[in-house]
Design a protein. Structure first.
Length: 345
């Protein structure tokens, strides 16, 4: 089994789901990214979602990341993910290049086939075609970024050729992990995954370790692995406070868990924490929980998100601070800069 000795990079991820209107969501998410940079995080990631307010608050990731770039100076800024089948690949290539140039080369581009199937209808596409569209659009992106000739004879301008080496593929499957590895791309692993009927009690590591095996097996010789493991993490100063906030946030997800038939213990919050692979509590509690996750022994990047708890903004800021100061160092992470220091580009 191929392993990585310790977490090399620390990330913060947001789906922009603060309980407020869209404009305020964007303001708060920007403040959270600024806090992550201040605390020494290496990267910040934002999700793209079309239409569904309760699923995600941002349909235009590059617009937002350009804004975030203007408020930060060091932290890397990533999409987690762009739903590539729904996009014109040349427009994604152009938007990504402009964002990369405006951020002084800090952009990371995570892409995936997408999970919101109703959105395909609105875009006049068939969701059954999403994997084929994804492959074709990703090939076009890489051709454009690498300076290749596009259909019609044009070439991309402006350019940022190293973007081709900053692609990450998100997947739920062994096949998708193998595809990412064969391409030499980074691999993005989800914070949680559905359990199958034949293994309803499987751990997240049971599901994702075979994906990592396939990724490493397919990775070209000499190519450095890039494995980003996203995890739901909420760190608080007090255990009871953390659980109280979890009861509010996770209860909004009850309908999903009930649909799986997994509300079994009679303890709603406990069921939800277990079913959604949540790491929650004081720093010591979260350290112990994450240390039991064998995926983190093989990942290069650990990215924390507070979804599906989605506590109020001040608690997110405190969770970011506690995670960087106390939790991540116990997992082997060392900040490249002193937390709180601001580098001037």
């Amino acid at each position: 089994m191929t392993t990585v000795s310790s977490i090399k990079r620390l990330g913060f991820f947001t789906r922009l789901l603060d309980q407020t209107d869209a404009a305020e969501r964007y303001r708060l998410a920007t403040a959270q990214i600024v806090q992550a940079e201040r605390c020494g995080f290496d990267s910040a990631w934002i999700a793209q979602h079309h239409f569904h307010e309760g699923e995600g608050g941002l349909p235009a990731p590059f617009v937002f990341l350009a804004h975030a770039a203007a408020h930060t100076s060091r932290i890397r800024l990533g999409t987690g993910i762009v739903t590539l089948p729904l996009e014109l690949p040349i427009r994604v290539a152009e938007d990504a290049v402009v964002t990369d140039l405006l951020s002084d080369g800090r952009l990371e581009v995570g892409v995936g086939p997408g999970g919101n199937l109703t959105a395909f209808t609105a875009f006049d596409l068939d969701s059954n075609d999403r994997h084929g569209l994804f492959d074709r659009h990703l090939d076009m992106l890489k051709t454009a970024w690498s300076g290749g000739t596009l259909p019609g004879g044009d070439k991309l301008y402006p350019s940022s050729p190293t973007l081709v080496d900053r692609v990450w593929q998100a997947t739920f499957t062994v096949q998708g992990a193998r595809r990412a590895g064969a391409a030499g791309d980074g691999l993005m692993l989800s914070r949680t995954q559905p359990r199958t009927a034949d293994a309803p009690k499987a751990s997240l590591a049971d599901i994702q370790n075979p994906m990592l095996d396939a990724y490493f097996e397919a990775l070209p010789k000499g190519r450095e692995p890039r494995i980003l493991a996203s995890r739901t993490v909420f760190v608080a100063d007090d255990h009871r406070e953390a659980m109280k906030l979890a009861e509010v946030g996770l209860s909004r997800m009850r309908h999903r868990l009930a649909a799986t038939g997994n509300l079994s213990s009679g303890n709603l919050v406990g069921d939800l924490i277990a079913a959604m692979d949540v790491h929650i509590g004081t720093p010591d509690e979260v350290i112990a929980s994450l240390q039991a996750d064998t995926i983190l022994q093989r990942a290069t990047d650990l990215t924390m998100q507070v979804h599906s708890i989605d506590p109020p903004h001040p608690y997110i800021l405190r969770s970011i601070e506690l995670f960087a100061a106390e939790v991540a160092p116990a997992l082997g992470w060392t900040p490249e800069i002193k937390a709180g220091a601001r580098q001037v580009a």
